[in-house]
Design a protein around this ligand. Structure first.
Ligand code: ADP
Ligand code: MG
Length: 249
């Protein structure tokens, strides 16, 4: 077993809450309402992972399983330019984009299969300059939610989601990679899935994800990130800003 790595969020409070950053060999779940910033945090981590350890990165590349077509290369460019500004270094956003491999998942079965493809690709890149150190699934639950409707199929859905999460954990372990998954909570009561304050996939996601982060909107570009449960850290809250050059304190 390799030493757990820490991937910087770029935000001091957020990093401190996480004991230095987002752990490798673990699944971190970002959950929150639409627009709470889950995809923004995912984009920022896809940039940060490529940085050297002195700058909080893992000197790695990233695979994104994009289920809602929300990946935006333009956003990566803005964030890389933001980093250049922050560190006074001229980073090349084309280089960063090359190290981000995006796969669209068309349904939940395809999404699960893409984890196997990710494993193969990570194996190929293992001894390269930029091994895969981050896997993002954005959104983990959207397809499952759309496909499994009604009470009768809930058990099937949970079982499949559970299997998927075990595949993701395996990816994290084998590659000493961080795994980020997003999960949308409903702002309005949902006829099929009940309690609006509970993320879908509820218990199963909750028990498999090692770290659970609840995002919510605050004033202006501010977001509150709450660490809801973790195996080794106290619960806590951090405030971040989602700005055009990226996540900031
Ligand atoms: P979700 O939790 O649904 O994935 P997002 O991560 O997509 O939410 O967050 C969308 C929000 O992020 C927008 O409402 C806006 O506040 C902020 N945002 C998105 N793009 C930019 C940008 N280029 N500059 C500044 N803020 C942005
Ligand atoms: Mg999103």
């Amino acid at each position: 077993r390799k030493l757990v790595g820490k991937l910087s969020t770029g935000c001091i409070e957020f990093n401190e809450m996480m004991g230095g950053g987002i752990d490798t060999q673990a699944i971190t779940e970002l959950y929150g309402e639409f627009g709470s910033g889950k995809t923004q945090v995912a984009h920022q981590l896809a940039v940060n992972v490529q940085l050297p350890p002195e700058q909080g990165g893992l000197d790695g590349s990233v695979i994104i399983i994009d289920t809602e077509n929300t990946f935006r290369p333009e956003r990566i460019k803005q964030m890389v330019d933001g980093l250049s500004e922050k560190y006074g270094v001229e980073y090349d956003h084309e280089e960063f984009l090359k190290n981000i491999r995006v796969a669209r998942a068309f349904n939940s079965n395809h999404q699960i299969l893409l984890v196997d493809s990710a494993l193969e690709l990570a194996n190929e890149l293992k001894n390269s300059e930029k091994p895969v150190r981050l896997l993002i699934v954005d959104s983990l639950t959207a397809h499952f939610r759309a496909e499994y409707i009604g009470r009768g199929t809930l058990a099937d859905r949970q079982q499949k989601l559970n299997k998927h999460l075990h595949g993701l954990q395996r990816f994290g372990d084998l590659n000493n990679a961080s795994v980020i998954v997003t999960n949308q909570v409903m702002s309005k009561p949902d006829a099929f899935f009940g309690d609006p304050t509970k993320p879908i996939g509820g218990h199963i996601v909750g028990h498999t994800a090692t770290f659970r982060l609840y995002l919510r909107k605050s004033k202006g570009d501010k977001r509150i990130v709450r660490l809801v449960d973790s195996p080794n850290l106290p619960d806590g809250e951090a405030i971040i800003s989602v700005t055009t050059p990226g996540l900031r304190d």
